[in-house]
Every structure is written in C-alpha cells, then in structure tokens.
Design a protein around this ligand. Structure first.
Ligand code: SF4
Ligand code: SF4
Ligand code: SF4
Length: 411
C-alpha cells in the first residue's frame, strides 16, 4: 500500500511519530516535508499532519485528487489543535474538514500511532472509554470551596476537579500519553463529545456553585458580571480560552477574537496563557525541540526567581536534553527502532512525549523506584511579575501570571 505522509505547518511531532510505520512491509511510505512542491502522483492513503491555513487549500486539493483516502493525523490537522489558539488574535487555523469533506481523523496531541495504523488499514476503530473511567483518581462531586491554579502533589486519589484543579478528563477519551498519571491534569486533547470545551465549562461551573462571585454595579444597576478584583473564580481561572479550549477553539463555534496579531503564530499561541501552563504547552507544540524549549522556559523563570532545583533534577534534565539530540539523529535517518528506543527513554523521564512530568522546580511524579522522590519533586511556586529572558526565549508576565508578550526564536 502506498502511503504518503505530508507535514504542513508548525510542530512536526506527529509527522515524526509516523517514522514508527517506516519499514513495515505492508506499507511503501514516502515522507513529504514540502507539500507545496510535491510532484503529484497517485497514492492509496495520504496522511496529513501539522496545522492548516487558508493558503494550503490548493495543495490539499492536489493531494485529495491524487489519493484514494485522506487521513488527518493529530489535533493540529483534525481540529486546529493548540495552534488554533492563535485564532483569538486573528489567525485562521482551520481543520482539515473545512478543506476536504471526506476525511478520516485521528485526534490527539500527540496523535497515537496505533490509531493511525488502524485508520490507514481501514480497520474498525476501537471503542474508547471516557478517560475518567480509567483514571485512578476518584470523584466526589462535592461543591468546591476554592479553585486552584497549581496543586500540591500530596493527594493522589481524589479527582483533580474535586481538588479545585481543572481537569478535562471528564470530556476526554482514554489515551496512551495519560498526562494524569504524571500529576498533570488532562487538557482534553482527545475529546469524547462535540463542543467539549463548553461542556467542561458547564461541569466545572457547576462544581463552583458554592463559591461566592463578586458583582459589579453600573449606572444601570447591579449586574452579575464578574468583577476584576477580589473574586476567587475570576482570579483562579484567568485564561478560560487556554484552559477549556486548548485544542478545540477552531471547531468550538466561538466567535473569532479581535486582539491584533503579533505576526508570529507561536507568540500568539502563548500570549494570554498562564505561567504555570507554559511547560504544558511548549511540551506539546515544540516539535523535535520540545524538550529544550520547555526546559529553557522553566529554567529562565527558576533562575530569575531563585527557585532551587536539586542535583537529581539537573541530572534528569540533562539526560532529557541528551535524548533530544539523539532523537534528532533518529529522525534524520527515519530509523523506527532508534526512534522507538529514544522516545521510550524520553517517556521514562518526561512521563510522555508531551513532557507532562516536567515542571518548575523538579518533576511531578517519581521516575525511578530507587530514587528518593523528595529530592526532585516539584512544588507550588510563586507567580512573580516581570520580564524573563534567556537567549532564544523572552517573556513578560503580569502580576497574575498572564503572558503579555513572548518571543521565541525558532531554529
Ligand atoms: S502540536 Fe500536537 S497535534 Fe500538533 S503536531 Fe505537535 S504533537 Fe501533533
Ligand atoms: S476529571 Fe481528570 S482527575 Fe478526575 S477522574 Fe477524570 S481524568 Fe481523573
Ligand atoms: S490525559 Fe493528556 S494525552 Fe490524555 S487525553 Fe488528556 S490531554 Fe490528551
């Protein structure tokens, strides 16, 4: 079977993951990194990865007219994914279905290679349960007394939401990467229902029913508008878009934003996000540089705020950086065995390819049973307003930790 895999824009992590299919005798695979200049030829299955913009329309039509089937792989392609957060600032990141009607899709950030195999082979997709059904944490559904932007890691048995810490597992499917196993909340990269962001907002809003919301008065009288200050809900959820619509903004039905773009999509994705969420975003979208980008952001902030990290933390971080260099080589040679070996090693330390285990001050879950986890355990950290700069990364956060400006040099 002829399979052509096309990388469009942005993060190339899903594209690289398809190396795992290379060498399987049932496929004849071609990797195409420059789809615009692709020399047209007939193909059985075309796999699309990366985010899509209106200017990709002609190329996608060319691919469609040459392919028996087209499969979108990864959230960037299937629903705009994390890059569609830039739509808030005027970009038009769009799902594959808005260019080609008949497509199959494999959601996920990172998309799961096993699910892609099933789609390529036209096999019936396995029925997946709700993530909560396979999560070790238990729900109480008690009304919350407060909402938290960061949690201490001591409670390992109660549902994050019931601890007042937003987890989108409620609207997600079971998955391979399982951020929740590394004390990172689910951000809903595999939605189990349509309009998952709105539904999650409704569910979390219900849990918050006990929390007093300050009101503002206008000349027209009292309103229910959330106040700017002294309001637990407003202070605790300052980035509704990034927390509830991280992967689904372009298919959410929400109107386009009106904030002017910086002209750089990566910067627009990060602007408006919260400092504690930055590792959870850079770990997703940094492609084959996710590790160095994530550590750069974390370490820049740690150094400026004198957040101490242990020798063990430094050792694990160095191992991750070494693995990233090795991964570049495996990607260049498209060697599936090497790619698997190295990504397995990255998962052992980073938790998954989203680096859910990597955080400010240390790691969120124990890496090796023989280690003393207390030596490298991450803790809640203070939000400190300021501009943080270190070589290729510079960002400014306001007093509540919202990114006001960010510059990431690519390359
Ligand atoms: S951002 Fe996520 S969905 Fe998009 S290419 Fe990277 S890993 Fe895949
Ligand atoms: S919402 Fe999250 S923490 Fe709670 S049960 Fe579901 S997956 Fe687990
Ligand atoms: S736990 Fe992580 S990988 Fe799994 S669905 Fe949620 S965000 Fe996606």
């Amino acid at each position: 079977m002829d399979v052509r895999i096309f990388q469009f824009n942005g993060c190339n992590k899903c594209f690289n993951e398809t190396i795992l299919l290379n060498g399987e005798s049932k496929y004849k695979i071609e990797f195409i990194e420059d789809p615009k200049n692709w020399k047209e030829m007939k193909t059985d299955v075309s796999v699309i990865t990366g985010y899509l913009l209106p200017e990709d329309k002609d190329t996608l039509e060319k691919i469609k007219s040459n392919s028996k089937r087209v499969v979108g792989y990864g959230n960037c392609t299937t629903m705009g994914g994390i890059f569609a957060l830039a739509n808030q600032r005027g970009y038009e990141v769009s799902p594959l279905s808005s260019f080609i009607e008949e497509t199959e899709k494999v959601n996920g950030c990172l998309g799961e290679i096993e699910e892609l195999s099933v789609a390529i082979n036209s096999e019936a997709a396995p029925k997946l349960q709700n993530l909560c059904a396979v999560c070790a944490r238990e729900t109480t559904c008690d009304y919350l007394e407060s909402v938290h932007r960061q949690i201490e890691l001591e409670d390992e048995t109660t549902c994050f939401n019931d601890l007042g810490y937003l987890c989108n597992g409620f609207v997600a499917k079971e998955c391979k990467e399982r951020c929740i196993d590394y004390n990172a909340p689910c951000r809903g990269c595999k939605p189990i229902i349509d309009r998952s962001g709105i539904r999650m907002l409704g569910m979390f809003g219900t849990l918050m029913g006990n929390i007093e919301v300050a009101t503002e008065h206008s000349e027209l009288g009292a309103t229910d508008k959330l106040a700017d200050r002294d309001d637990d809900i407003t202070d605790s959820l300052p980035d509704v878009l990034g927390n509830f619509f991280r992967f689904t903004l372009s298919t959410s039905g929400l109107p386009r934003g009106r904030i002017p773009s910086s002209g750089n999509i990566l910067n627009d994705v990060f602007t408006g996000r919260l400092i504690e969420e930055l590792p959870l975003i850079s770990g997703l979208l940094g492609g084959n540089r996710s590790i160095s980008l994530t550590l750069k952001i974390i370490e820049t902030y740690e150094t400026a705020n004198s957040i101490e990290v242990s020798e063990q933390t430094k050792k694990y971080r160095k191992e991750l950086l070494d693995l990233e260099s090795q991964l570049q080589e495996a990607i260049k040679s498209k060697d599936p065995k090497q790619y698997k070996k190295i990504t397995d090693e990255i998962r052992k330390i980073g938790g998954n390819m989203n680096l859910s285990n990597v955080y400010f001050g240390g790691f969120k879950a124990q890496i090796d049973d023989k280690d003393n986890f207390e030596d490298y355990k991450a803790h809640v950290f203070d939000v400190v307003e300021g501009t943080y700069k270190n070589g290729s990364v510079e960002f400014t956060i306001d007093p509540i930790g919202i990114v006001k400006e960010i510059k990431i040099k690519e390359g």
